[in-house]
Design a protein around this ligand. Structure first.
Ligand code: FES
Length: 77
């Protein structure tokens, strides 16, 4: 699905770099293009926020799982 029609940027391309970019401007820079009409900027910003939140939740989940493993290891020792 195209997110930025001016530059032909697809959602998949944004997702691939979303964890390394903080702003839509950085996304454009990483993809070698620049904002033109800026209609896509709010959606790019939302993709960045959602991707970072998903990564944060995944980290929390992994940390909780490790805590449970550690607790079980201590309990079984
Ligand atoms: S749709 Fe992205 S700059 Fe126009």
């Amino acid at each position: 699905m195209f997110i930025c029609n001016c530059n032909g940027v697809r959602e998949r391309e944004i997702l691939e770099i979303a964890l390394d970019a903080t702003t839509p401007r950085q996304v454009f820079n990483r993809l070698g293009c620049e904002a033109q009409c800026c209609r896509c900027v709010p959606e790019i910003a939302q993709i960045l926020r959602e991707t970072k939140e998903a990564a944060r939740q995944q980290k929390i989940g992994a940390a909780r799982m490790q805590e449970r493993v550690d607790e079980r290891s201590v309990a079984n020792y």
